[in-house]
Design a protein around this ligand. Sequence first.
Ligand SMILES: *[C@@H]1O[C@H](CO)[C@@H](O)[C@H](O)[C@H]1NC(C)=O
Ligand SMILES: *[C@@H]1O[C@H](CO)[C@@H](O)[C@H](O)[C@H]1NC(C)=O
Length: 396
Amino acid sequence: MGLRGNLWVISLLCLSALTEKALSKGHYFNVINYGAKADGRTDMSQALTNAWKNACASRVSSTVLIPKGWYLLGPVILVGPCRSKIEFRNKGRVMAPMNPSAFKGPSWVNFRYISGLTISGKGTFDGRGQVAWAQNDCNRNPNCQQLPVNFRLDFVNNTLVKDITSLNSKNFHMNLFQCHGMRMQNLKIFAPWNSPNTDGIHIGDSSFILIIHSVFGTGDDCISLGSGSRNITISNVFCGPGHGISIGSLGKYKDEADVAGITVRDCTLSGTTNGVRIKTWPNSAPGLASDLTFENIIVKNVYNPVVVDQEYCPNNNCDKQGPSLVKLKNVKFHNIRGTASSNVAVKIVGSSAKPCEVQIGDINLLYHGKGGGATSICHNAKAVHWGKQTPLICPR
Ligand SMILES: *[C@@H]1O[C@H](CO)[C@@H](O)[C@H](O)[C@H]1NC(C)=O
Ligand SMILES: *[C@@H]1O[C@H](CO)[C@@H](O)[C@H](O)[C@H]1NC(C)=O
């Protein structure tokens, strides 16, 4: 990272220090004072919305506080801009309505148009997705009901998200859209391995996001980076179970923004279907994803630890007439080691129209099952090697 890269990391660090300081003299807006009941069954959405409105209008930095206790919360939209910095601190266990019909929009807790937001508090947000998962037919019904995401952040800048737990979301746990400058740390995000579409964090059209020191166990990607993701760093993340850490899927829609400057490092994946992955749809619109680095990755019992799939087609219902037109450029895989649970440790399937450009450094992936050791697949790739590779990957 250059000087500018360091500067944005430093400014994100300062952001957390500033928020701490502001808090000590800021004003509290306790939801109990707005009529919330810690009884686990009275919907506090109106109380929270009112507390938020007052906090957001405060001239000095303010904190919306959910104290210890159990709460029921229906869908809320918490809107800015706010007059000063604002913190949303949850110390309780906040539960969503079980029935998906209680939701009219695609989110449970939705933050919009805010700059200087902190989400904190060591509390838990329980999406109680079990009923919704059982009804989810999105793998065969393209017009399926859009289920609510636990947290949706739209147009939110200069944000710190820390210490919270997100459980059993009906859909993704967190979705970031048009967010710039965010540090996410010490998060715990969990849903069962077989819960559909419960991605941990999905990012789109957003930049300068840091996800660090966090633990994910989900039924889909732990983290997925969609179109328009730029300057994103993910480090010290544990993922498992789940589908791994993914860039994509890209190229499904026309006019998708490019992806650039993604670093995934010092992460561990355990018992996941994929480790680190890039996926683009066949017969796609043109696009570009560049400067993508995956390094210092440990995999334990991961089905396909390294995947580039430019013929991505889940549920087998896409048009495979043409190749993907998303160019993958300056992709690096370096120091990736551990064990695979299938013999295909590395799968690189590029596009016949735009071969992917990959650099492959030290790789040491072992397979201990029947039928020989770890192997690799390589199609339509321009590979440059350094260091040692086990298995051999895209050999000349
Ligand atoms: C967030 O940052 C973007 C890009 O710098 C800017 O265009 C947008 O107006 C900002 N939004 C808010 C809510 O501050
Ligand atoms: C953001 O990513 C781009 C693309 O990799 C890179 O050229 C640029 O230097 C990065 N910016 C910062 C401030 O890190």
